[in-house]
Ligand binder design. Sequence first.
Ligand SMILES: *Cc1c(COP(=O)(O)O)cnc(C)c1O
Length: 198
Amino acid sequence: MGLAGAFSFYPGKNLGACGEAGAVTTSNELIADKIRMIRDHGQAKKYYHDMEGYNGRLDAIQAGLLRVKLKSLPGWNENRRRNAALYTALFADNGAFNTVLPPYVPEWTRPVFHLYIARVPRREKLQAYLNENGIGTGLHYPVPVHLQRAYAGKGYKENDYPISEKVASEILSLPMFPELTEEQIRFVVNKIKDFCAK
Ligand SMILES: *Cc1c(COP(=O)(O)O)cnc(C)c1O
């Protein structure tokens, strides 16, 4: 897709290294050459820096690890899809759709569910309640880009993107990994249902 694709192999990803790692794919030779330079201090040739770059070289040990794990990726992704389908079916089954909104999946996509993010009521309270019940959750992400200090110079302010801001306050990432069991998913959904009924 596009001129280049960027992949993160951050440890928590579907294909994760044992540390920081990433890759760029492209079918364009100019882009490939430039990216090779950027990742290696801007060197086109040892000792000769054609541009400013940084150290973004992938460790050989990480590459070796990723290469072994890559074989398992299709199966892991399939398990994530299965887990997501069960979550969504259970939320529908429980009539919890009124209060819990599962991730929207357009017909033309085939997600690999790195995360399973639902929109929930009283997010902070629900997150605390789940935590008390031994269920870890995450927020991806609570502060929209236009409200990050890094972009303060762009002049955006609160209410400029009301939908993003509303969604950012409602999202909750539920447990999602290939080895998650049906029993565990049912436990999570039941706890959320209990909370919503209160
Ligand atoms: C993984 C991830 C990141 C971090 O990627 P790195 O380049 O490995 O730091 C950022 N944003 C989203 C949405 C991600 O899923």
